[in-house]
Design a protein around this ligand. Structure first.
Ligand SMILES: N[C@@H](CCC(=O)N[C@@H](CS)C(=O)NCC(=O)O)C(=O)O
Length: 214
């Protein structure tokens, strides 16, 4: 697949999630890989139903690569990684381990951190998931204390998504995890992240202006 890449996101979001909407994962990967892409949008209003044909859960991001349409940020990242060695080694073992850590970020860490965060945001700071969350973060801290990168001694999309999961301010604010903190700082200092982040912020700022027009 070497079609035209289009990353789909929302046309606008409130201030809170800006810089964290998951299209940033795909923008970041494309920037790392030097792949050109367009960004297109679906309306924030009615988002739960207005693009179910492209994302069956009414979420973003989703990706078009020519005629291929994909949803789930992890699947999109693995797809992009197959287009560029910058994102994933080409040997079978390196590929398998990248996939393993992408799934670990989503299914072992974000699977805990998102519901924990939702409960915290709804006023339950000391919620029932706090212990599970602490355990998972401590386990990742052990891994990151022993290596700079998750796979093969080099940057991969596994680091991209793990850092994106760990960089959530409420997660970082729990503190006491120096290796994870250094990892997040190192990953988010990468020029590709900074560009993707700045572009997402600019995208939603432009949407503010468009909405303000009479
Ligand atoms: N598992 C999905 C999660 C996507 C997700 O949570 N997207 C958020 C934006 S970052 C969203 O669309 N939220 C709107 C909603 O759920 O209504 C993925 O990784 O792509």
């Amino acid at each position: 697949m070497t079609g035209k890449l289009t990353i789909w996101t929302l046309d606008w979001v409130p201030e809170g999630p800006r810089g964290f909407v998951r299209d940033l994962r795909l923008r970041w990967a494309a920037e790392e890989a030097g792949l050109s892409y367009d960004v297109r949008t679906v309306p924030f209003e009615d988002r739960e139903t207005n693009h179910l044909d492209r994302q069956p859960f009414g979420q973003v991001p989703y990706l078009a690569d020519g005629d291929l349409a994909l949803f789930e940020s992890g699947a999109c990242l693995i797809h992009l990684a197959r287009r560029s060695e910058n994102l994933m080694p080409r040997d079978a073992g390196g590929e398998a381990q990248t996939l393993q850590w992408v799934i670990a970020a989503l299914n072992s860490i974000e699977m805990v951190s998102v519901p924990w965060w939702f409960l915290k945001m709804s006023g339950q700071a000391d919620n029932a998931l706090a212990g599970w969350m602490e355990k998972r973060l401590a386990q990742v801290e052990t891994v990151l204390g022993q290596r700079e990168w998750l796979v093969g001694g080099r940057f991969t999309v596994a680091d991209l998504i793990m850092a994106d999961v760990l960089r959530v301010p409420d997660v970082r604010a729990r503190g006491g995890r120096p290796a994870s903190e250094a990892y997040v700082a190192r990953l988010t200092a990468r020029p590709a992240f900074r560009k993707a982040h700045a572009d997402q912020i600019a995208h939603f700022a432009a949407a503010d202006k468009a909405r303000a027009k009479p």
